[in-house]
Design a protein around this ligand. Structure first.
Ligand code: DSN
Length: 420
């Protein structure tokens, strides 16, 4: 064995050790409001750092291309069984390395280059892989965008239906990354069925809420459903696919050998842990609080004069129209960053600004809720934001807010710090 195999990270690579320590400190004393981020449990992290990282297990349980896969098979079967039960799905694939690869497998399974795909516009809340011109999805397929109604800023299902009838796409995509309202998956399914199109739902943002039955479940309606495993579901970074049994072989073949090689067995083990955690009663209470917190924070901002897109939220996130108080999304993100509040600039429906500037910011509650914060903390945070937006140049104000944020963060430590 090489001389440093039994040494700690600190001994072998002090530079990376120190950078990880700095990142832990940043996460610890910043308020994480990015809607797609969360804090995985120590159990999830422990599975990820296990010896399973060393095992090659190309193929699927019972049909591997390497020997020594008995335990890997048990791990993957457990992850699959837990995932199917969580969402009531006929089939599950836990191997996608990311949400984007899960989504790529869906395209490769159901549509050919040049085929028409109906998907939500990115600036109305869609996602990069739902047809953005800079992504493979927008390059290979003929994307027809649907969006929200300009008045309600909620999905315009009549428009979606008329576009479906007019263009007869091969696939309709539901789901998105910046849409805060409930989605009527049943209606989208009935539209898809009438034109013989595949209905694919990307539930990445909502999968934690859905597991806890706090958001509509697309699985009974959509032909295929994809998700990441690290957003509201709070697992390791990765992807997953659920589908009806009739599409199982097609999907599995596209993930391996179509797109990926060996699965990340340590991450699959961590996904299994996450699915176990998500089936607990405490996860339901967590998701209820996630929604309450998003609602509470949006209300404080709204009461303080910031326009909230669609007037509120039914989920873990909302979009704040920063132009309503004279900022671009970029300016607002930078301002909040300067006092240890992390958000992301985001286009809002019918935005006239470029994606690098934007008119809005996206705000989400999953990570702060994991730390144990509730409505009372959301009110404090919302008021810090409002005072900062009123007086963006004041260094005294910024100093005070940072001091108070440090105190708040100390009261709600990250899981690892809970141990020390
Ligand atoms: N980047 C993710 C998000 O922030 O929503 C989507 O993949």
């Amino acid at each position: 064995m090489s001389h440093c195999h039994n040494h700690s990270l600190n001994q072998v690579d002090p530079e990376i050790f120190s950078l990880i320590g700095k990142e832990e400190e940043r996460q610890s004393n910043h308020l994480e409001l990015i809607a797609s981020e969360n804090i995985a449990s120590l159990a999830v992290r422990e599975a990820m750092q296990s010896v399973l990282t060393d095992k090659y297990a190309e193929g699927y349980p019972g049909k591997r291309y390497y020997g020594g896969c008995k335990i890997a098979d048990e791990v993957e079967n457990l992850a699959i069984a837990r995932l199917k039960k969580l969402y009531g799905s006929e089939h599950a694939n836990v191997q996608p390395h990311s949400g984007s690869q899960a989504n790529m497998a869906v395209y490769f399974s159901f549509v050919n280059p040049g085929d028409k795909v109906l998907a939500m516009d990115l600036s109305h809340g869609g996602h990069l892989t739902h047809g953005s011109r800079v992504n493979f999805s927008g390059k290979f397929y003929d994307i027809i965008p649907y969006g929200v109604d300009p008045k309600t800023e909620m999905i315009d299902y009549d428009l979606l239906e008329s576009l479906a009838n007019e263009h007869k796409p091969r696939m309709i995509v539901s789901g998105g990354s910046a849409y805060s309202r409930k989605i009527d998956f049943e209606r989208i399914q009935s539209i898809a069925k009438r034109i013989n199109a595949i209905h694919w739902c990307d539930m990445a943002h909502y999968s934690g809420l859905i597991a806890a039955k706090e958001y509509p479940n697309p699985v009974p309606f959509a032909d295929v459903v994809t998700s990441t495993t690290h957003k509201s579901i709070r697992g390791p970074r990765g992807g997953m696919i659920l589908c009806k049994e009739e599409f199982a072989k097609k999907i599995d073949k596209q993930i391996f050998p179509g797109i990926q090689g060996g699965p990340l067995m340590h991450v699959i083990a961590a996904k299994a842990v996450c699915f176990h955690e998500a089936s607990q009663e405490s996860f339901k209470s967590y998701q209820i609080q996630v929604k309450k917190n998003a609602s509470a924070l949006s209300k404080v901002l709204n009461d303080g004069g910031v326009r909230i897109v669609s007037g509120g939220t039914d989920s873990h996130l909302f979009l704040a129209d920063m132009k309503s108080i004279g900022f671009t999304g970029h300016q607002a993100q930078e301002l909040l960053d300067s006092v240890q509040m992390t958000t992301n600039k985001n286009t809002i429906p019918f935005d006239t600004e470029k994606p690098t500037i934007t008119s809005g910011i996206r705000i989400g509650s999953p990570a702060l809720t994991t730390r144990g914060m509730k409505e009372v903390e959301m009110e404090i945070i919302g008021n810090w934001m409002l005072s900062l937006f009123k007086d963006p140049e004041s260094t005294d104000l910024k100093r005070r807010i940072i001091r108070e944020i440090n105190d708040l963060c100390e009261k709600f430590p990250l899981p690892s710090l809970l141990l020390s």
